[in-house]
Design a protein around this ligand. Structure first.
Ligand SMILES: [Zn+2]
Ligand SMILES: [Zn+2]
Length: 179
């Protein structure tokens, strides 16, 4: 469980992207949210957590309202309705639960990982022009590239598997980074 550095409750941030203001829902402790190399960083003066999120369109700058909408659509953050008794209506608040985000991302990585590990469809690729072929197409052209005639090789997904495993480890080591 990732807890607030100040009050120790499970970390849920109230998100005010317009004013770049991110606070612990329970105690108001301030945090910073930054995108860097497809990593969402959540920082505090004492600690930081990194999340590898590669399915957002703009993720290499400050956290914006656009990121909020996109993360909401992908199920990474929540929209909470709270009754405003003064006006007898409800207001919407954006909330980011760090623990929900962690399990959502590790779930996504695990799905991709098991797909990559269990993949039975062989893909052939050309190391010269980087074209890819199904095993059927590769066979029908005698295992040479239709575009440039180079010899085709079976493409392994080891790189992809290594990358996914690295991201899982980043998630598991989260919140242990203190400074
Ligand atoms: Zn707190
Ligand atoms: Zn080729």
């Amino acid at each position: 469980m990732i807890g607030c550095v100040n009050c120790n409750s499970p970390l849920v941030l109230n998100i005010d992207a317009k004013n770049n203001d991110f606070k612990c829902k329970e105690c108001g402790e301030k945090y910073g949210l930054v995108f860097e190399n497809k990593m969402l960083k959540i920082l505090n003066k004492k600690k930081q957590i990194k999340f590898f999120i590669n399915d957002l369109s703009s993720c290499d700058k400050d956290f914006s309202l656009k990121n909020v909408y996109e993360m909401y659509n992908k199920g990474y953050l929540d929209c909470v309705k709270m009754l405003n008794s003064k006006y007898n209506q409800s207001d919407n608040f954006w909330q980011l639960s760090i623990n929900k985000l962690t399990s959502k991302i590790s779930h996504n990585i695990n799905i991709k990982l098991s797909k990559a590990l269990n993949s039975t469809d062989e893909v052939y690729s050309c190391n010269n022009c980087m074209s890819e072929y199904s095993s059927e197409d590769a066979l029908s052209n005698n295992y040479s590239c239709i575009i440039c005639s180079s010899q085709l090789v079976i493409k392994n997904n080891l790189n992809e598997i290594e990358e996914l495993k690295k991201n899982l480890i980043i998630l598991e080591n989260n919140w242990s980074t203190s400074f």
